[in-house]
Design a protein around this ligand. Structure first.
Ligand code: NAD
Length: 324
């Protein structure tokens, strides 16, 4: 992956709520020398690029332009946020089929123009489309990453932090599996300052409220729906998460984040789901196998099966010879 800061280019395909907000967060981060925005609605991409360019004098020297898929050339990372959200009455499978048809058009072209880069998928259903992107790109699995449950994990930590009166970055807890209904909270390993939550409560002299914990997970899982009901879309948190993934890769951090990758753990295979994954300049360099409880393990396996069923319905029979 090209990481020379002089030429460091990030491409974003899909300049809607998620793509444009990711570009904005990326600009404010100062991580990229160049940001390219690609959208089937070229006028929208141009408008976003103009608006963002006018923020440059307040932020970081960054070249921002609208382009087409050929302008993803040599991008270190290409973020894919093109496609639609689930429409009222539309099943998740219909959404998967619709967005997969967009990916069939986009991914092979991005893979050709940015052959050494990393693909970072945000479009939903993100696990299914991360797998589709791996198939369609011919890239090695470490270079195809979905934002996965990074957002769910952030929501979970935020809500636990609110409950315990501890800043969310000091709460260590993961949501794994599918980014969606079958996601799994890893209660058995959730901790504050190294203490499991029950132990933390004991030491702090507060009651461990099992019902409150269950409500926190329900709120985590329902957060997207609740936000969409109020403002029509979610984008700030996911865009910040996307830039956090980009940062971990570009800065070769070895940071652990719950991103979606091709998993071959716990007997799971041929599917992308989220597990804590070490991110560095090679992309998803290593996936951790957590010592899960029996219940968490069976939840994860079920979650992977449900993603796999959706993948199966897409008939993705492409596999490139030259997988790098
Ligand atoms: P949006 O409608 O605002 O933007 C989507 C953009 O994709 C539009 O500008 C559209 O013109 C563009 N597009 C469509 N087809 C294209 C093509 N072939 N090439 C290039 N651009 C194309 O939607 P949004 O709110 O930004 O959401 C985008 C996706 O991100 C949705 O699938 C949504 O569900 C998903 N999302 C994911 C997460 C997550 O945690 N992974 C969170 C929020 C939203």
């Amino acid at each position: 992956m090209k990481t020379n800061p002089e030429v460091l280019k990030i491409a974003i395909v899909g300049a809607g709520h998620v793509g444009a907000t990711s570009a904005y967060a990326l600009l404010l981060s100062g991580l990229a020398a160049e940001i390219v925005l690609v959208d089937v609605n070229r006028t929208k991409a141009e408008g976003e690029a103009m608006d963002l360019n006018h923020a440059v004098p307040f932020s970081h020297p960054t070249r921002i332009q609208a382009g087409d898929l050929a302008d993803c050339k040599d991008a270190a990372i290409t973020v894919i946020a093109a496609g639609t959200n689930q429409q009222p009455g539309e099943s998740r499978l219909d959404l998967a089929k619709h967005n997969a048809s967009i990916f069939r058009e986009i991914i092979p072209q991005v893979a050709r123009h940015a052959a050494d880069g990393i693909l970072l998928i945000a479009t939903n259903p993100v696990d299914v489309l991360t797998y589709a992107s791996w198939k369609l790109s011919g890239f090695s699995p470490n270079r195809v990453i979905g934002s996965g449950t990074i957002l769910d994990t952030a929501r979970f930590r935020y809500l636990l932090g609110q409950h315990f009166g501890i800043e969310s970055r000091s709460v260590h807890a993961y949501i794994i599996g599918e980014h969606g209904d079958s996601e799994v909270p890893v209660w058995s390993l959730a901790n504050i300052a190294g203490m499991r939550l029950r132990e933390f409560c004991q030491h702090e002299g507060i009651a461990y409220d099992r019902h409150a914990m269950q409500a926190i997970f329900r709120q985590t899982r329902a957060a997207s729906d609740e936000i969409i009901r109020r403002k029509g879309a979610t984008f700030y948190a996911v865009a910040t998460g996307v830039v956090r993934i980009v940062e971990a890769i570009l800065r070769d951090e070895n940071t652990l984040l719950t991103v979606s990758c091709l998993a071959s753990h716990y007997g799971i295979s041929e599917v992308c789901v989220s597990l804590p994954t070490k991110l560095n300049r090679n992309g998803a360099a290593h996936i951790l196998q957590l010592p899960l409880s029996e219940q968490e393990l069976s939840g994860l396996v079920k979650s992977a099966e449900s993603v796999k069923a959706a993948i199966g319905a897409l008939n993705l029979d492409v596999r490139h010879e030259a997988a790098a």
